[in-house]
Design a protein around this ligand. Structure first.
Ligand SMILES: [Zn+2]
Length: 763
């Protein structure tokens, strides 16, 4: 007998994995001789629509996948009463409709050919069987954290943190007795806000909704499901082709969905060099209002532009808005569909509290339905801890089961790679990433030991003004709690574009009784309408706050403007590459390569005006500069001209004819990449010694801090061999004191790298 270790290992793995068993209900080719000009999310007829009947084997998920054809096809699954069970209406032909079903449930699968010449598609329908989940285990509690140390200890427990806190407390979602025991063991006291979140949700769903005070721009009165976002974006594009343009981000999700967005500006098809305002929703699956805000903002702009509103018309002449309502569609769909099922109680309604993406195992694509297993609810990477900026530092977990799991590496996930690609190929002056809940406007940095933002005054000014509209508290990100690998810490320190997190809503919005969504997605009037209009807010709510963000985007005093001349129709490219270091925690920093490249076309007049971010990253300090390289190419891609340009925020520079050979309009210091590796660190009462290596000759300087107080400094030169850096400590430090060591290295041309480590003084 031959021993086959590989096969054996595979068999063991399969046995160990919580079984995502799936039954094939149908695999078939479909033909639709005509096209159907309407929504596939309702029962439809005609020769553009094809229907098939199936019966679900068991309780679980139904997944209907469509592939293969050209044009645009959509798919939907209905129950016997005609209610939508699952739907997918993405652009193009690849569709995945997923929803919850009962065993024995009769289903109609409907495929619609919306457009395109070819009339054929492949349909496969699967039933992913989910074991029954234990009910009533989810609770929302308010944990007392009287000191910074208590806060840090709480974060280290890897519990499911809500995004709500104020001085003295943080809200936490407990997923059962083990979580409760962890709190008690660590000595925390807490108040239970909602003892059984699932039961509270069910009650709130049955309760009559308060009539809304206003009408949302789209007219919505309840949360969209995933396919409805796709349909609304398609509709805005179809009805407003010169104002709204679709975009699909480069990577599909782990479950194979496209990540969709739209761009909005006057004459949207032009490569016009306008400044960009980027609106993001749903990094976190359960935070539904964040997607609604982004989507409604798109409707708001389109409606008011078409109505001739002077303010909107003026703004959309000057600036471009990009909206990506759902960064994490896999997670969102599970969360959103789970509540549809909540009344039937055949799946754990607690699934609507899924936070992360569908990365069940590092580096692996999940099997069909694997992400929906209750046993995998706590699996996944937190997309808002996976960005490269400071990745792996405080406030992000190394544990794959933690709700703040940072992921296998910086940008390991398609969700963050997509936003990185978008921000790196546009000139994004303002980014708002919407989350729930805490009524906060957060600005960089996201962690207390992080770099000071050189634009703090500007960041604070806009943050405060937006907060004056929505009534939120404007503060630095870390004042809620430490986070690293978050969206705006990466985008701001990498590009200079201002970045904010909105934490929308608060638990006590509801007027008593059951609180659906436990603050993450309360009933629509509380979760969306009140924050949008600013009910109980001093100003005009998030609606007005977003207008301020757009006005700031259009304000050229807050970014750079490059003017010049070139051959009409030629393509201009503004580019820059550099390496950056993550924080990396105890493994030491990881070096990542960043490349920013955006383009515009020289208009027919031959004169261009390009609104860009400053050339020097905010992470660089002092007199260091970085340059943009500006390249002009003709239609065939031949380089007609190239120049280097150093430009600051608020600066306007004319670069002359950029399609006319190589020009040097400014001398940039070419900054070579520098990396810093931190080896063994030893502590004694008198000093800290660290083994440090630079990738090329560098000057090291170290600071040790206790809280905000400096308790030691040291410096020396280093090179490609490890050196020992000694930092003498101040006298009188208590045994066991918690210290932060930060080392920064400066190399040739002012290149910088930093390393951080938290230490405890020996007892
Ligand atoms: Zn969030």
């Amino acid at each position: 007998m031959t021993f086959r270790p590989l096969l054996l290992a595979a068999a063991l793995l399969a046995a160990a994995a919580p079984g995502a068993s799936a039954a094939d209900l149908l695999t078939t080719g479909l033909r639709a001789p005509g096209a159907y000009d309407g929504s596939c999310l309702a029962r439809a007829g005609g020769d553009g629509v094809v229907r098939r009947e199936v019966v679900a084997d068991a309780n679980g998920l139904v997944q209907a996948r469509l592939t293969g054809a050209a044009g645009d096809w959509d798919v939907a699954v209905f129950d016997a009463a005609g209610a939508l069970v699952a739907g997918s209406a993405q652009r193009g032909t690849a569709e995945l409709a997923e929803g919850f079903v009962r065993g024995g449930q009769a289903l109609t699968v409907q495929a619609c050919r919306r457009s395109g010449a070819a009339g054929e598609a492949q349909l496969s329908v699967q039933n992913v069987i989910l074991p029954a989940a234990a009910p009533g285990k989810l609770a929302l509690v308010r944990v007392s954290v009287p000191t910074a140390a208590a806060k840090e200890l709480l974060l280290s427990l890897d519990l499911d943190m809500a995004e709500h806190g104020r001085p003295g407390f943080l809200d936490v979602l407990l997923h059962g007795d083990a979580d409760r025991a962890a709190l008690t063991r660590a000595g925390f006291t807490y108040d239970t806000l909602i003892g059984d979140v699932a039961a509270s949700d069910r009650a709130a769903l049955r309760a009559p909704m308060s009539p809304p005070d206003g009408t949302m721009p789209s007219g919505r009165v309840q949360y969209r499901r995933l396919a409805e976002f796709s349909e609304d974006m398609k509709k805005l594009v179809a009805e407003n082709p010169t104002l709204v343009k679709p975009i699909t981000l480069p990577l599909p999700t782990l479950e194979g969905r496209a990540v969709e967005g739209i761009e909005i500006t006057e004459n949207v098809g032009a490569a016009d060099g306008k400044p960009v305002f980027l609106q993001l929703g749903v990094h976190h699956a359960r935070e539904w209002p964040s997607a609604e805000m982004a989507m409604e903002w798109a409707f708001e702009l389109v409606n008011t532009f078409k109505a001739g509103n002077e303010r909107t018309v003026g703004l959309l002449r000057k600036a471009r808005v990009i909206v990506v309502p759902i960064v994490n569609p896999d997670g969102f769909n599970l969360s959103r569909e789970s509540i549809v099922d909540a009344g039937q109680a055949q799946v754990d309604p607690g699934f609507s509290y899924k936070r992360k993406n569908c990365r069940v195992t590092d580096g692996a694509i999940p099997a069909a339905g694997e992400c929906g297993l209750d046993a995998n609810r706590d699996k996944g990477t937190d997309p808002n801890r996976n960005y490269g900026g400071f990745w792996g530092g405080p406030g992000a977990s190394r544990s794959a089961n933690s709700d703040t799991y940072r992921g296998a590496g910086p940008f390991s996930e398609p969700e963050t790679q997509n936003i990185r690609a978008l921000v790196s190929t546009r000139q994004v002056m303002t980014l708002i990433t919407n989350h729930t809940y805490s009524d906060l406007v957060l600005r960089p940095p996201g962690f207390a030991a992080g770099p000071v933002a050189p634009d703090e005054a500007l960041l604070k000014d806009l943050g405060d003004k937006m907060a004056a509209e929505n009534g939120y508290t404007s503060q630095k990100g870390y004042e809620l709690y430490d986070t690293t690998g978050s969206t705006e810490d990466w985008s701001y320190f990498t590009t200079g574009g201002l970045g904010y997190t909105f934490e929308i809503g608060k638990l006590d919005n509801a007027d008593g009784g059951a609180v659906a969504g436990a603050g993450f997605h309360p009933a629509y009037p509380y979760g969306v309408m009140n924050p949008w209009f600013g009910v109980n807010a001093p100003g005009g709510g998030n609606r007005e706050a977003y207008y301020l963000a757009l006005e700031s985007t259009a304000n050229e005093a807050r970014h750079s403007v490059i003017t010049g001349r070139g051959r009409p129709g030629a393509t201009l490219r503004l580019q820059k590459t550099f390496s950056a270091q993550t924080n990396g925690g105890e493994d030491g920093p990881v070096t990542i390569q960043e490349g920013l490249t955006s383009t515009m076309s020289v208009p027919a007049s031959g004169a261009f005006e390009w609104h860009a971010n400053q050339s020097t990253r905010p992470l660089l300090v002092g007199s260091q500069t970085e340059a943009w390289t500006l390249v002009c190419t003709d239609a065939a891609g031949s380089v007609l001209g190239r120049s280097q340009l150093v430009i600051a925020r608020g600066e306007r520079k004319d670069v002359g004819n950029v399609c006319n050979g190589v020009t040097e309009t400014a001398t940039a210091s070419a900054v070579p990449a520098l990396t810093l590796k931190l080896g063994a660190v030893k502590t004694s009462r008198r000093a800290i010694t660290a083994r440090v290596t630079c990738s090329s000759a560098c000057r090291l300087s170290a600071r040790v801090a206790k809280g905000r107080r400096t308790v030691g400094r040291g410096s020396r030169s280093a090179g490609v061999r490890a050196v020992t850096l000694r930092v003498k400590l101040a006298r009188g430090l208590a045994r066991g004191a918690k210290l932060k060591l930060s080392i920064s290295a400066t190399g040739a041309g002012g290149a910088r790298a930093t390393a951080l480590k938290t230490l405890k003084l020996k007892k």
